[in-house]
Design a protein around this ligand. Structure first.
Ligand code: S3P
Length: 450
């Protein structure tokens, strides 16, 4: 793990079009959202939580370290098997030092929720990317629990938290479609007396609701139009549980995209989480005419899972409605890359939230394509990508802005372009996709140190 001062060397990479196809049978690292939650909920439960398939990326390791610093016993048994001996609801203890959440917005925002209803003092910080991201979206509503938050100007980290002694349950309607904000409110509600009510006008990923139930909490979900109302009963007895983490669909998207783009490719990706509130990319790819088959659909640990079989083929332009954004919010950079190699203009609507990710992902995605010879427009919150109908020119050097998904998207683009694509830094890929370079080169991609 690294803070800004000790972060490893910058790792520039060059991606080149391979001579042969992308082929093989792979699985991708565990789902990041589920991995964070398994560690956090395990720390709040009584008894042992056993986790298999945990993502051991930087972001999740930050959460593991934070839960340890807050008094939980978190043990790495090797090979993705971890266990957590929890402290029970309200049982976390004051950390002796600042909690450094690295690059992870999910870790920082969900922890704000947990810490709001623990009567302890803590300070959160992160790397330069995370210190630039908005935290008021959680601290404003969480203040109504009785917790006190003191931050840098603009609500940015570092952030000091004095948790509430006797937290009030919240009733909150989300102003933005954000699973992180929803989860922060629900997590604060775990140690509040009474019912916490969250209303989301658009449904967002529901891993918190699913896993809280799995740990024994009472969570009622009502569907209202496109949205949901969630009621959580406070102060449940959370019991440690077994969690099998499925492969991360947001990570699977990168090898999958490489196979779609490189002629002759055929790739199988086993055990990918297919929660419908996460799988919007697959819907888009179907509309684009991609050859993707889902086999072996099953439920593992309460989440739908399947194996994806994908083959190369031409892609056509689509119009992606804004309502789809919550189910594929992390997949727009790679969808934009795919659209750039297809025919016609693809319009992706309602991408405002992309501006506050690990980077301003709307601008970073547009820039990554522009420097590689693709015509792109940003109109309000929409991104329009003009497909080149064949391999884009490439030859660009991409600024990744401490953003793992921008780095991986650029490196996949380079598998299709006429000239190589380079990135200024691939080190941040370790936050979400451990072993990315080895996995990609193992299936035929060409990635070389610059
Ligand atoms: C996440 C929610 C999303 C997503 C992030 C993970 C989560 O963020 O972009 O990578 O695990 O809840 P927002 O809730 O801010 O959209």
């Amino acid at each position: 793990m690294h803070s800004d001062q000790t972060r490893p060397q910058i790792r520039p990479l060059i991606a080149r079009r391979p001579a042969g196809p992308i082929t093989g049978r792979i699985s991708v690292p565990g789902d990041k959202s589920i991995s964070h939650r398994a560690l956090m909920f395990g720390a709040l439960a009584v008894g042992e939580t056993r986790i298999t398939g945990l993502l051991e990326g930087e972001d999740v390791l930050r959460t593991a370290a934070a839960m340890r610093a807050l008094g939980a016993e978190v043990v790495n048994h090797g090979g993705g098997r971890w266990s957590v001996a929890g402290r029970g609801i309200g049982g976390l203890t004051e950390p002796a030092d600042v909690l450094d959440m690295g690059n992870s917005g999910t870790a920082a925002r969900l922890l704000c929720g947990i810490l709001a209803s623990h009567p302890i003092f803590s300070v959160l910080t992160g790397d330069a990317s995370l210190r630039g991201r908005p935290m008021r979206r959680v601290t404003d509503p969480l203040s109504a629990t009785g917790a006190r938050f003191t931050s840098r100007e603009g609500g940015r980290l570092p952030l000091a938290i004095e948790g509430a002694e006797d937290a009030m349950p919240l009733e909150y309607r989300l102003p933005v479609a954000s699973a992180q904000v929803k989860s922060a409110i629900l997590l604060a509600g775990l140690n509040a007396r009474g019912i916490t009510r969250v209303e989301e006008p658009e449904a967002t990923r529901d891993h918190s609701e699913n896993m809280l139930r799995h740990f024994g909490a009472q969570v009622a979900v009502e569907t209202v139009g496109e949205g949901r109302i969630i009621h959580l009963t406070g102060q449940p007895e959370l019991r440690g549980a077994d969690v099998d983490v499925p492969g991360d669909v947001s990570s699977a998207a990168f090898p999958l995209a490489a196979a779609l783009l490189v002629p002759g490719s055929r790739l199988r990706i086993d055990g990918v989480g297919l929660n419908p509130l996460r799988a919007g990319l697959l819907l888009c790819l179907q509309e684009m005419g991609a050859d993707i088959v889902v086999e072996n659909r099953r439920t593992e640990g309460g989440e739908p899972v399947g194996d994806l079989v994908v083959a190369h083929g031409a892609l056509r332009a689509i119009d992606v409605p804004p309502g789809r954004a919550p189910s594929m919010i992390d997949e727009y950079p790679i969808l934009a890359v795919l659209a750039s190699c297809g025919n016609g203009a693809t319009r992706m609507r309602g991408l405002k939230e992309l501006r506050v990710k690990e980077s301003d992902r709307l601008s970073a995605t547009a820039a990554l394509l522009t420097v590689n010879g693709v015509r792109v427009e940003i109109e309000g919150d929409d991104l329009i990508v003009h497909g080149t109908g064949g391999p884009p020119a490439g030859g660009g050097h991409v600024a990744t802005h401490m953003d793992h998904r921008i780095a991986m998207s650029a490196l996949v683009l380079g598998q299709a372009t006429a000239a190589p694509v380079s990135v200024d830094d691939s080190a941040f890929i370790d936050t979400s996709f451990t072993g990315f370079v080895g996995l990609m080169t193992g299936i035929g991609a060409v990635l070389d140190p610059a």
